[in-house]
Design a protein around this ligand. Structure first.
Ligand SMILES: C[S@@+](CC[C@H](N)C(=O)[O-])C[C@H]1O[C@@H](n2cnc3c(N)ncnc32)[C@H](O)[C@@H]1O
Length: 551
């Protein structure tokens, strides 16, 4: 049955669309299109093509996006739990494609929860550069952090902050900023009927106020020559072309980069703003024409829901044309990125690691500041009282008092269990260890949900690896690996939290590793989580809160 649209909305759209209105209304009689995006951080498109359990049809504007046939439930497959794909509405894939992210970029996703676009950005970064992903609503950052972890993102920082406070800590730091703005959601009426109900609460006027603030702050976060992509999932011109024109008017060093009218994208409608806002200031009127180069995604013109996208380019540098949907960079931009990458995420050599270990130990001794509010917040370094701990080193040797440097414990585990070049800065928040692509100093005073890739916890002189560490590993990076098949139900049993009997011959060990101990558990070669193998039994380390609950 077709969606019941709010009368005021339908009347407004009739006035705007004129002859096209009938076709627009017909689109509400069709089911919404479902899509998934292959997570190329974990699997290549060719590999996915070989093992895809469903028929997939490409989405024209996203190279890694595919339509999912009606009735197929991609969330009910172990590959979903391995983070091999993200289930995403097809039109929602367009903004990140237009941001033109390249490995090494510094990218900010300002309004990010639950993280669809952040995981798309992360796949484009391929582990290089920085992704800061933020949402102002604390509750929503839980899903954001979980998605960042499930999809194996190593170089992300997750924040729960206001854009203003982020601008204080990261002034002009990012060369790409995504604003997937809170909006009145008119483009989602077909997909989610609750959006119809909540439409009145998210009035256009309220949304405009939020969007104006967020856009203005984004300019303070952007590096010279950088790009902002602004997107909404609404049709209201006040939240789209009018918002962009107002921004251009106040920020003359930005221009709209034209989005090619390919793949069913329709041009922006400055004429609607002129019609609706006859009192538009003269200055705004002169920049309004640029908004023709923004894009509208209409449910009656392409296979997707309603969206709006604008690419705003800061013009202090020579920059590339947004010449294709995927975007290309100028030589200047490339050089800037390479330099930034070296400064931020250069892998540590053995000598560097030793130096860092010494520095961290010193900093721990100096640094005994209390954590600042918020359960996930913390500090770099650890309480001195915890540095001296008791360990029982083997039977018969008794209990001895030894100093165990948590960094050493951590690095020893990494050396014994994985083949990995650690990047960025090792950061301790309480007893939790992270590898951070931005480092702790810059995050001081912010509400940090994840300062980086969560590696594990140092407890009683032992390192307990985290689930996110396993999620982001490739099977060839683990020294001990157990592969389960998706076809015979074994992987689902693991995901349900069951203990499995696994004979020793199935524990794939590298070089000097023995079968006993932490093993990376995979489905058809792709990481699911940890297990602890001993004498033919695989103890399940899959987190209870993540378990497969469907029958
Ligand atoms: C359209 S949703 C984002 C969807 C997300 N980009 C994705 O692809 O999964 C907009 C988000 O903006 C957040 N938000 C609202 N006001 C904000 C603000 N002032 N600063 C940052 N985030 C905000 C909301 O909590 C909401 O999660």
């Amino acid at each position: 049955m077709a969606v019941q649209l709010p009368i005021i909305f339908a009347e407004r759209m009739k006035g705007l669309l004129g002859d096209e209105f009938e076709q627009f209304m017909k689109s509400y009689e069709q089911s919404p299109h479902a899509g998934l995006r292959v997570n190329t951080l974990k699997i290549s498109l060719d590999q996915f093509d070989e093992l895809a359990p469903f028929d997939l049809r490409p989405i024209p504007w996203c190279g890694t996006g595919f339509y999912v046939p009606h009735g197929v439930k991609p969330g009910l497959h172990p590959y979903y739990h391995a983070g091999l794909y993200y289930i995403q509405e097809p039109s929602a894939m367009a903004p990140v494609e237009l941001l033109g992210v390249q490995p090494g970029d510094h990218v900010l996703d300002l309004c990010a929860a639950p993280g669809g676009k952040s995981t798309q950005i992360a796949a484009k970064l391929q582990g290089r550069g920085v992704l800061v992903t933020n949402d102002i609503h604390a509750e929503r950052t839980k899903a954001l952090a979980k998605n960042v972890e499930l999809y194996g993102v190593r170089n992300a920082v997750v924040l729960n902050e206001s854009p203003e406070r982020i601008a204080g800590a990261f002034p002009h730091y990012f060369n790409k900023v995504l604003i997937d703005a809170p909006c009145s959601g008119e483009g989602m009426f077909r997909k989610d009927e609750d959006m119809v109900k909540s439409w009145e609460h998210h009035s256009v006027e309220k949304c405009v106020l939020m969007q104006r603030d967020i856009l203005e702050t984004a300019a303070k976060l952007l590096a010279p020559g950088g790009t902002i992509v602004y997107s909404t999932c609404t049709f209201a011109p006040e939240e789209n072309e009018a918002m962009i024109a107002e921004f251009l008017n106040l920020n003359p060093d930005f221009v709209v980069k034209d989005i090619p009218a390919a793949a069913g994208f329709a041009p922006g409608r400055p004429d609607w703003v002129r019609q609706m806002l006859p009192e538009t200031a003269e200055e705004t009127d002169t920049v309004l024409d640029q908004t023709r180069g923004t894009a509208r995604l209409w449910p009656h013109l392409l296979e997707g829901e309603g969206h709006y996208v604008a690419v705003l380019q800061h013009r202090s540098e020579s920059f590339a044309e947004v010449s294709s949907i995927t975007g290309e960079k100028s030589e200047i931009e490339s050089r800037v990125h390479e330099d930034q990458t070296i400064a931020v995420t250069q892998p540590l050599s053995k000598a560097d690691r030793k130096r860092e270990r010494l520095m961290r130990t010193e900093s721990r001794e100096r640094n005994d500041r209390p954590a600042r509010g918020g359960k996930n917040e913390g500090r770099v370094g650890r309480n001195n009282e915890r540095d001296t701990r008791k360990t029982n080193r083997g039977k018969g040797r008794g209990t001895e008092q030894v100093n165990i440097d948590p960094i050493t414990v951590y690095q020893q585990f990494i050396e014994d269990h994985v083949e990995l070049e650690l990047f960025g800065e090792t950061v301790f928040y309480g007893d939790r260890v992270y590898q951070s692509s931005v480092g702790a100093a810059r995050l001081e005073g912010l509400k940090v949900i994840r300062p980086g890739w969560f590696m594990g916890t140092v407890k009683n002189g032992r390192f307990v690896p985290s689930h996110p560490l396993a999620c982001a590993l490739h099977s060839n990076e683990a020294k001990r690996m157990i592969n389960l098949a998706s076809a015979n139900g074994e992987a689902v049993r693991y995901l349900k939290g069951e203990t499995l009997n696994i004979e020793e011959a199935r524990v794939e060990c590298k070089r000097d590793a023995a079968a006993k101990g932490y093993a990376l558990v995979c489905v058809d070669g792709y990481a699911l989580g940890w297990g602890k193998w001993l004498d033919g039994v695989l103890k399940n380390e899959y987190p209870a809160g993540w378990r497969w609950t469907s029958v």
